[in-house]
Design a protein around this ligand. Structure first.
Ligand SMILES: Nc1ncnc2c1ncn2[C@@H]1O[C@H](COP(=O)(O)OP(=O)(O)OP(=O)(O)O)[C@@H](O)[C@H]1O
Length: 764
């Protein structure tokens, strides 16, 4: 009974179970000992099969049983009763012993079961403990993973933002590339139009060239029959001149356009490079994003696998024990949350992938656009190079044609023997209104000039007319070949004629200090020195001498004299003019300076300008009251061929040509105006006399005409500039000047002769 009572408490205590076992063994031994005296004292009576014990009540009934018989002395009866009772007791003890054995066996069995149950229980407890530990660890791990996932999520978010930003940048770059592509397309369209125009132009130029060649051939024929065809050739030259002007204008336009296209192409190239750089950066970023995306994906897969295994563990754990359900539920909730995070991350990854794919697509498109732009750019570049080549060729053709035209023109003029006349009109000053017009088309384009005076129009035609807009360089280009002739051994004379303030000094001298305003004298000298330097390689050596004088009131003044008195004292007797047999002019006592460089000539020009201004101040004169003559003598010898040439270049700035009544001069002023008028009218007498081919030409009537005798009457190449003031008030003067110039233009002074000889003969 006591064993049964203590069982529940002993379920958890193996030691107590062992004690109980020991107790059971003691009781068994006690039971055996209690039975032993019975068997030792007497043989145990055979059990009465009638005595049976069903339970405790039977035992209690036996123990409470009382002796029967009324006779106390009936010992026998009592003994028998006792015997009977003992038998019953023995049967009872036997029953109890049997029962105890059964119970002990039962207890032993139960103890075994209990031990097994306890063992199983301990195992389960241990498993539960380890499962709880594991669950805790998993829980911690899950929390860590959750934190890292959150971190990853933040990183992915940041990367996504970066990707979006770079996508925005890429989009902008693509838009820029597209815009530049559109610009290129527009340029291409313009270039194509330009190309077409150029082609037409080139065709036209080729035609012109062909015509020029034809013209050259015809001119050679014409040379044999020159007098008859002179007028016709003049017209053809005028046409060519016109065409040349058009061509030069067109070529200038083309040049500008080509330059602007080149600039645009350079710009496009730099923006292209920029776009390519951006593309490379984008590609790098995309690669990085891809790497990181892959990393995130791997993490996600890894965590998903972990979650799956955790879920499996949790379900196993859940099956095994009903405990920690709350923790499990908690873990499950976290796991679900993690799964949700994972799936949201997966969503984000998908979105990022989509963005990446679209960025890649755009990148591809941008690549394609860039490629197309590059191809287009290369094409345009080639086209531009081709156009430039053709432009250069066309320009060369124009130059060749132009040179040919000039040579032919010069040849014709030389053969005609006329004095050439160029007309130049100075720009209008502020507050002046102009009365000069020019033919805008026709054969007189660039050669004609029209003046309206008293409602009547006066038209004149010269070899060349320079409008107000003509620059110093434009003017010089036209005379540069004439200057070249001086180096070739010709006498060249260029003089400027016109009323005061019409631009004579500006044309002849200009401002030698300023590149744009340099006049013919400094430019001519620059060209002569440059060419003479270039001719050294062909064996030519040149020596040059410069002199500069002015004729004031019929007196010569030496502008290069270093002695001031000489300058001021220039009396008529001192500077006498002489011409030698070769038609060379010599002025006695005149300062002649050897010059070998442009710098030397520049300082001479400065010295002359100073002398003129000193003279001007002392005499209270204006420069226009004197004629200024610059002379450069050129002696050339070719060391290889022993050929000698002797050229002269005379550049003359005449005094103003206004009429007396207009000048309103009195006294000294009247005297000098008369002197000027005298010399200019002498000049006009000489011209008219030459024009009429009179036998006697009055060269000696004035210092100026006598000085210019070899130029006007002999074999020199002479060019006169007639300078005009364009304002209305000068129209009368201008018409006079133009009439005079027209007369000069019609003068035939003979065919220019080159002064050349072989050195040995000259020396002999
Ligand atoms: N083609 C031109 N372009 C610009 N300015 C000019 C031009 N021609 C003349 N001028 C200006 O007009 C003014 C008068 O010119 P300039 O002194 O050359 O005339 P001129 O005929 O030599 O006069 P003068 O007979 O009094 O010496 C000057 O201020 C000059 O700079």
């Amino acid at each position: 009974m006591s064993t049964r009572a203590t069982r529940p408490g002993m379920l958890h205590q193996k030691e107590n179970a062992a004690d109980a076992q020991a107790g059971k063994r003691q009781r068994t031994a006690a039971g055996s000992a209690a039975r032993a005296p019975l068997s030792a004292n007497a043989a145990p009576p055979a059990p009465d099969p009638a005595i049976e014990f069903a339970g405790r009540d039977d035992v209690d009934a036996l123990l409470n049983e009382k002796m029967k018989g009324k006779n106390k002395m009936d010992y026998k009866g009592k003994s028998e009763q006792m015997m009977e009772y003992i038998k019953k007791l023995r049967a009872c003890i036997k029953w109890l012993l049997e029962r105890e054995d059964t119970n002990l066996a039962e207890i032993g069995k139960l103890n075994g079961l209990l031990e097994a149950a306890e063992k199983h229980h301990s195992e389960i407890v241990a498993q539960l403990k380890s499962a709880i530990e594991e669950s805790k660890a998993i829980n911690e791990e899950l929390q860590r993973q959750y934190a890292s996932l959150e971190e990853n999520l933040k990183r992915v978010e940041a990367e996504k933002l970066d990707a979006l930003r770079s996508y925005g940048d890429e989009k902008e770059a693509r838009i820029a590339v597209e815009a530049s592509r559109n610009e290129h397309l527009e340029d291409l369209r313009r270039i194509k139009l330009e190309e077409k125009r150029l082609n037409d132009q080139i065709k036209m130029l080729q035609d012109t060239n062909k015509r020029l060649q034809e013209y050259n051939t015809s001119l050679q024929q014409y040379n044999s029959n020159l007098q008859a065809d002179a007028t016709k050739n003049g017209e053809t030259i005028a046409k060519l001149q016109k065409e040349k002007n058009t061509m030069v204008e067109t070529m200038n336009g083309l040049k500008d356009h080509a330059n602007s296209v080149k600039m645009q192409l350079d710009l496009a190239k730099s923006s292209q490079n920029e776009a390519l750089k951006q593309k490379t950066d984008l590609l790098k970023e995309v690669d990085n994003l891809r790497g990181e995306l892959q990393q995130v994906r791997d993490d996600r897969d890894h965590k998903l696998a972990e979650i799956h295994s955790l879920l499996a563990d949790v379900s196993t754990y859940k099956e095994m024990t009903g405990k920690s359900v709350a923790e499990l539920d908690n873990a499950m909730t976290r796991s679900t949350a993690l799964e949700e995070t994972c799936s949201s991350q997966a969503e984000r990854i998908k979105t990022l992938e989509l963005q990446l794919a679209s960025a890649n697509e755009k990148l591809k498109r941008s690549d394609l656009t860039t490629m197309e732009t590059m191809t287009e750019y290369e094409k345009q570049k080639r086209m531009l190079e081709d156009l430039q080549l053709r432009l250069e060729e066309a320009e060369q053709q124009i130059l060749d044609g132009e040179n040919l035209r000039k040579r032919l023109h010069n040849t014709i003029l030389e053969l005609k023997g006329n004095i050439r006349v160029f007309c130049r009109v100075r720009p209008l000053l502020p507050n002046e209104s102009g009365a000069v017009a020019y033919p805008k088309s026709g054969e007189n384009l660039g050669r004609g000039i029209e003046l309206t005076h008293n409602a009547q129009m006066y038209s004149f035609t010269f070899d060349k007319v320079f409008e107000q807009s003509a620059s110093q360089e434009d003017v010089f280009i036209e005379i540069s070949q004439l200057i070249q002739s001086a180096l070739d051994g010709y006498k060249v004379c260029i003089f400027a004629y016109g009323q005061t303030g019409s631009g004579k000094t500006y044309t002849m001298m200009g401002n030698p200090e300023l590149h744009d305003q340099k006049g013919l004298i400094p430019r001519s000298l620059e060209q002569i020195f440059q060419t003479s330097q270039a001719l050294i390689s062909q064996g030519w050596k040149y020596k040059m001498q410069a002199s500069m004088l002015e004729i004031y009131n019929e007196a010569i003044r030496d502008l290069l004299a270093t002695n001031r008195t000489t300058v001021q004292d220039g009396g008529a007797s001192k500077y006498s003019i002489k011409h030698d047999a070769n038609g060379n002019t010599h002025v006695s006592d005149l300062t002649i300076v050897d010059v070998s460089s442009i710098n030397e000539v520049s300082s001479l020009l400065k010295r002359a300008a100073q002398s003129r201004s000193v003279g001007r101040t002392q005499m209270n004169e204006e420069s226009s009251r004197s004629h200024c003559v610059f002379t450069l003598r050129i002696f050339g010898v070719n060391e290889g061929t022993d050929q000698q040439v002797q050229g002269v270049l005379n550049l003359i700035d005449l005094a103003g040509s206004e009429r007396l009544n207009k000048s309103g001069a009195t006294g000294d002023r009247l005297k000098e105006t008369q002197a000027i008028n005298k010399s200019l009218s002498c000049l006009s007498d000489v011209i008219f006399s030459i024009a009429k081919k009179e036998e006697h030409v009055p060269f000696r009537n004035s210092k100026l005409t006598y000085l210019l005798q070899p130029c006007l009457g002999g074999d020199s190449k002479t060019l006169m500039f007639v300078n005009l003031s364009p304002e209305v008030s000068s129209t009368g003067e201008s018409i006079c000047s133009l009439r005079f110039a027209a007369r000069v233009n019609s003068c035939e002074i003979g065919i220019p002769r080159r002064q050349t000889q072989v050195r040995s003969l000259a020396q002999g």
